[in-house]
Write a protein that binds this ligand. Sequence first.
Ligand code: PEP
Ligand code: MN
Length: 516
Amino acid sequence: MTSNWSPSSWREKPIAQDVVYEDQQDLEKQIDRLRAQLADVAQGKAFLLQGGDCAELFSACSQDPIEHKLSLILLMSLIILHGSRLPVIRIARIAGQYAKPRSKPTEVVDYPLDGEAGQQGKTEKREVMSFRGDNVNGFEVTDRRADPERLLSAYFHSSATLNYIRALLSSGFADLNAPRQWSFSHVRSPSLQKAFEEVIDSLMDSLDFMRVAAGGAGAGKNEGSVARGGTETVDFYTSHEGLSLEYEEALTRAVQPLSAGNGFSSLARPARPSGASSSSRANSTVRGSSQLREEKLEQQQQQPQQKYYNLSSHFIWIGDRTRQLDGAHVEYFRGIQNPIGIKVGPTMKGDELVKMLDSTSDIERTVVVNPDNIPGKVTLISRYGADKVEKFLPAHIEAVKNSRHVVVWQCDAMHGNTKSSETDPSLKTRHFVDIISEISSSMKIHKELGTILGGVHLELTGEINEDGFSVTECIGGSMDLMDKDLSLNYLSHCDPRLNYEQSLDVAFLISDYLRA
Ligand code: PEP
Ligand code: MN
């Protein structure tokens, strides 16, 4: 019998002729940089703007949808930067936001009948799996079976999207000297147009001033697509909910510090957290757990620590439905170097929140996500709803304040504010006033308690139809969309998103709050 062998036991040996992928190293550097920038956000030295679709579709992996998303977030960031005078960290829900948690696993739909009856448009009521996002099943009711092939497709679409974003950024798309190219022209509201023109004029003035002060036109040139400091392009990061752990694991890479002293080397192989090896699992039945813990500690002290990066995205978050302390998602998230988000809703207990970050007890230390209190590592994404924020946020802030933890506080003003449309109860909607109210209450509460609201998390889209009209999924804003307008251009396959104009409205309001 071949002892101590498993198909993956080769991973525990030194490897010759391993390939180090440059792209991979690039991504690791960007991930580390984002973490450092989020540490600034935690201290109020920068503002975090995160937004995008609720459910990104594979079909959105093409020029127009990507450009619309990028340009909207860029415009919003300019508006916020203008008012707050703070650097804005931009993270899109893009290039991997393909998996959705649902409140109900199944739903009853009108299912087309077989044969001729189906061709005549006849349907029957049938219970099918809910749409779980493009990397699980399809939106069409006839395509709801979970299909593992979709995971490969998710990888393809996410890489292609990421590559296109990189190409756009390096070709000058995000040049702060030319913000008018970010397709603002279709916005019909004269007051929004005027407000934006004022921001641009004032920004151009400042840029001119900087160029003169720096001594001429070429000054401040950037090095690459995600370089910071200059004005020709800006940082732009990607994110998604880390829901499908099979997908996340497959894209997790170990980076081993070489004791020989030539820095970090990327190993193109899946993560294998120390202690999870087949041999240690087998032994655990024989040896006591305290002995095991001691041995593990000893091993860790002897070996240089291997680091794991999730290279599917810069930032991933744990959803409100999957954040159980003893659950699989927290277990996965605790081992990666990426900055991570944790959704915090009304059902989160204060002590649970602190336990998730850190714990003083040795046993509990094994489940926490930030035992070393690394600045910028954890973003708490609060999402209670406009009518609940006053009730829940203060206690959560106090709980974290009483721990030694420094976190980024971010307000998701969408997920606690979902309602059914009055005219068509099958449509979900959100009211602009609720969204603004949750953001402003959060800012006020943080200020009163001496903490900082570092950013916002929004579901939004720059998508427009062939006639240049924005989507109609949320109610209110400067366009004054009403409940009865929702069906005009409702395109979301999941939650309702702020449209182009409503997103800019939110940006102006945040900009005003931060100026105050
Ligand atoms: C989401 O961000 O799309 C989402 C499902 O959020 P939550 O986990 O907060 O419900
Ligand atoms: Mn959503």
